[in-house]
Design a protein around this ligand. Structure first.
Ligand code: DC
Length: 228
């Protein structure tokens, strides 16, 4: 069976990572969370004081972006975790503050250029499932299977809120919803690689799909492509 690249794009909190992780596990592929890489860059900028409410120190970030090392390691429970210069930052990059900063740094052309380069490197051997915003359009325009995942903002806010509650964080539904809408706007309208469906992507609206239904659907699509 030939090895392929699976690209999963869509809005934030749409369930891309659940879909991508389930598929990777089912078919024995490596899962790569490209959003975690933007979050790691944001965390790095925050820690250095280069990103404040109204400002980003572009020059400092530009000078240092090439020396950032972001990678993924699987922990003892088989879960992939994000490392920034050798430090496990998986938990720290999942806060709302880092999500907001990530949304801002991901609009910078030199950040995207560097991360896209690293992502393409990770896919050279194929056998990967990568999720993000520009995977099917920019990172792997030749990916054999492309999915564009959608769901209503309310359903996504509900899911994000449940995830945060499960981690013990205090959250307010309206705040989470407003944050999701704000990030949708930025993802859709930024000049650098805005979120858009690749012409050959398969659109899946998972508002009313269970995780198992989604999982079966993806497996079917995957085997269709690998047997073609
Ligand atoms: O999927 P996520 O919420 O972890 O992504 C974090 C931020 O990074 C989000 O604002 C969108 C951005 N992003 C991007 O611009 N391109 C990607 N391939 C992945 C994420």
């Amino acid at each position: 069976m030939k090895k392929i690249v699976v690209a999963i794009d869509g809005f934030s909190s749409g369930g891309k990572s659940t879909m991508a992780k389930d598929l990777a596990r089912d078919v024995g592929y490596t899962y790569i969370d490209s959003g975690a890489m933007y979050r790691a860059v944001a965390l790095y900028a925050m820690r250095n004081g280069w990103i404040t409410e109204n400002d980003i120190d572009i020059e400092a970030l530009k000078k240092n972006i090439g020396s950032l090392k972001i990678d993924f390691k699987t922990n003892e429970h088989g879960v992939s975790e994000t490392y920034l210069n050798g430090e496990n930052v998986e938990k720290e990059i999942r806060t709302l503050e880092v999500a907001n900063a990530a949304s801002r740094v991901s609009a910078l052309d030199f950040v995207r250029r560097e991360l896209v380069r690293q992502q393409q490197q990770m896919g050279l051997q194929k056998g990967i499932v990568m999720d993000g915003r520009d995977i099917g359009t920019v990172v792997f325009p030749e990916a054999e299977l492309k999915i564009f995942l959608t769901a209503s903002p309310e359903i996504r806010a509900q899911r994000r809120m449940e995830e945060m509650l499960a981690r013990g964080e205090k959250v307010d539904f309206q705040k989470v919803l407003a944050n999701i809408k704000e990030r949708d706007e930025r993802d859709l309208h930024r000049s650098e690689s805005p979120l858009k469906k690749a012409p050959d992507a398969i659109v899946i609206d998972n508002s009313n799909l269970t995780r198992d239904e989604q999982r079966e659907l993806l497996k079917t699509l995957f085997y269709q492509k690998t047997l073609e």
